[in-house]
Design a protein around this ligand. Structure first.
Ligand SMILES: *[C@@H]1O[C@H](CO)[C@@H](O)[C@H](O)[C@H]1NC(C)=O
Ligand SMILES: *[C@@H]1O[C@H](CO)[C@@H](O)[C@H](O)[C@H]1NC(C)=O
Ligand SMILES: *[C@@H]1O[C@H](CO)[C@@H](O)[C@H](O)[C@H]1NC(C)=O
Ligand SMILES: *[C@@H]1O[C@H](CO)[C@@H](O)[C@H](O)[C@H]1NC(C)=O
Ligand SMILES: *[C@@H]1O[C@H](CO)[C@@H](O)[C@H](O)[C@H]1NC(C)=O
Ligand SMILES: *[C@@H]1O[C@H](CO)[C@@H](O)[C@H](O)[C@H]1NC(C)=O
Ligand SMILES: *[C@@H]1O[C@H](CO)[C@@H](O)[C@H](O)[C@H]1NC(C)=O
Ligand SMILES: *[C@@H]1O[C@H](CO)[C@@H](O)[C@H](O)[C@H]1NC(C)=O
Length: 435
């Protein structure tokens, strides 16, 4: 190799390296065929064509993974059908994606006045951000507008200060990133819990956060891959997970075809994604299969049983495995003359839509408060972390979507007629007698 060809060889090498930019400024643009690469080379941003589609999308995928795994799509509803795609950041900080004839196919809403030096940068986390020079404040970030994938460090849920909801919407199918009808996000009616909907219909619920996890899923605290947290205050309500070992790749994706929220971890040896967990996980995870006041237990046959002290509303239908009518109290309640509560153990908490919580009440106060209110049908401790129960959750009206766990799960105290319980009645009499 002579000096000249060695030099040009090195130029090619170095230009390849220097091509791997992780940001653009208003004087640059990113055309189809070019990419941004995060500084640690974890993620890449560019134009891609999914599966058998002929369309072009701007997206982010894992770099150095042979299976194209897209984690974010900009123009999911507005594909480009040729190679004219061009990504730019304007001096206002607004990011625009242009297609044929420079028509804008996608843009961000960020256009703040007084921006000095806006840049668009792909971070090592896979977050695409707009910021002003070296400032760490993001004017816009792709983590606020997820598509179907939740990456480590993403806050899945609500920023109540600006009414921003971050949730997952599945791809229609592997060839088409446009929105399918499967969604996954925190719903705030009653108390916050994760809900998967198929269209407008509830399909899966996580149950309430109990300090260790969600009452509808196993506790993952001791897993080797990730840590997690749930933040719930006046300003924010979100779930977040972080990797224990940064070299591990793990993602949560909402899959329309499977109808599941799935967590995968990359296996470098086999060069495949390993499935770590999936929800719904079994028949009993399907929303409301046993009807109102029914409990679902996959170890029983049939899987649906009325909750303790309840009986089928329609015995004929119930006996023929039609559980849609659910269950009613075996003995009618009599709120004025005293009801009681019985404990059922190890369950996923009922649908939170008609529920109420107080984070500082203890279980005794919780019981008293529930007993006072004739439409309160169940209560329990909100937090059960490390056996120190605290907080109060109560439910009004029918108890929907209760699942019986084989292990873990929460205790639930359900309102029953005092005649179901000798003890409760005696307690009541004593209380009355001492007045
Ligand atoms: C490509 O999209 C443009 C509109 O964005 C449309 O006018 C044109 O017909 C499309 N071309 C093909 C080959 O589908
Ligand atoms: C793009 O511009 C050309 C030339 O002006 C025009 O013929 C064509 O219809 C335009 N296409 C679209 C999709 O607007
Ligand atoms: C822009 O704002 C609108 C309405 O506030 C919102 O629906 C849309 O998702 C936003 N788009 C982006 C890319 O942030
Ligand atoms: C908050 O956003 C939701 C949709 O995400 C909308 O239905 C609701 O009206 C918004 N509330 C306010 C106060 O803007
Ligand atoms: C339903 O099944 C139970 C248990 O087999 C039986 O006792 C009951 O009579 C049946 N009820 C009806 C209405 O078929
Ligand atoms: C179950 O019963 C309901 C009425 O209670 C009826 O509408 C429904 O069609 C029945 N489902 C099946 C599968 O038979
Ligand atoms: C929650 O419980 C605490 C302690 O019992 C009480 O002081 C507080 O008023 C309650 N909050 C509400 C909103 O009921
Ligand atoms: C019982 O609780 C429900 C739901 O929070 C509330 O609407 C109702 O006013 C309460 N009733 C009494 C008597 O406190």
């Amino acid at each position: 190799m002579d000096i000249l060809s060695l030099t040009s060889f090195l130029i090619i090498i170095f230009s390849k390296v220097s091509n791997a930019l992780d940001m653009i400024s208003p004087s640059d643009s990113l055309a189809d065929g070019m990419t941004l690469v995060s500084s640690d080379e974890s993620f890449e941003l560019g134009f891609f064509t999914p599966g058998s589609s002929k369309n072009k999308y701007l997206g982010i995928w894992y770099k150095n993974i042979p299976i194209q795994t897209v984690v974010w799509v900009a123009n999911r509803m507005n594909p480009i059908n040729d190679s004219t795609g061009l990504l730019k950041i304007e001096t206002t900080g607004r990011v625009v994606l242009q297609g044929q004839n420079r028509t804008i196919v996608w843009s961000t809403n960020s256009s703040t006045e007084g921006v000095g030096n806006p840049i668009l940068k792909l971070l090592d986390s896979g977050n695409l951000v707009v910021k002003d020079g070296d400032s760490e404040n993001y004017m816009w970030q792709s983590f606020d507008y997820p598509t179907d994938t939740m990456l480590p460090g993403m806050k899945m849920g609500w920023d109540l200060r600006i009414n921003l909801s971050r949730r997952l919407v599945a791809w229609k199918n592997p060839d088409d990133p446009s929105p399918g009808d499967l969604t996954y996000g925190i719903e705030l009616q009653g108390n916050p819990e994760f809900v998967i909907r198929k269209g407008s219909v509830k399909y899966y619920r996580s149950g309430l956060w109990n300090g260790d996890g969600f009452s509808g899923s196993p506790v993952y605290r001791s897993n080797p891959v990730f840590t997690y947290d749930f933040v719930w205050n006046e300003e924010q309500v979100y779930y977040i997970y972080l990797l224990k070992d940064k070299s591990v790749r793990s993602r949560v994706v909402l899959d329309q075809t499977k109808g599941e929220r799935r967590r995968y971890t990359w296996n470098p040896e086999t060069q495949t994604w390993n499935l770590l967990s999936a929800f719904p996980n079994d028949y009993c995870d399907r929303y409301g299969v046993c009807g109102a006041n029914g409990g679902c237990d996959s170890s029983k046959f049939p899987v649906c049983q009325c909750l303790k002290a309840f009986k089928p509303k329609s015995p004929e239908r119930w006996n023929s495995s039609n559980w849609s009518q659910g269950c009613i109290h075996s003995k009618p309640l009599n709120c004025q003359h005293g009801d009681g509560f019985i404990k059922i153990q190890g369950v996923k908490t009922p649908d939170a839509t008609h529920s109420w919580v107080n984070k500082s009440m203890d279980l005794k106060e919780c019981r008293a408060r529930c007993l006072q209110n004739c439409s309160c049908m169940a209560y329990t401790s909100l937090y059960i972390t490390a056996g120190t129960d605290s907080g109060c959750a109560m439910w009004f009206g029918n108890l929907m979507d209760v699942k019986q766990h084989q292990s873990n799960g929460q205790d639930l105290y359900i309102r029953v007629s005092a005649s179901e319980l000798g003890m409760e009645t005696m307690e009541k009499r004593k209380a009355v007698g001492s007045c």
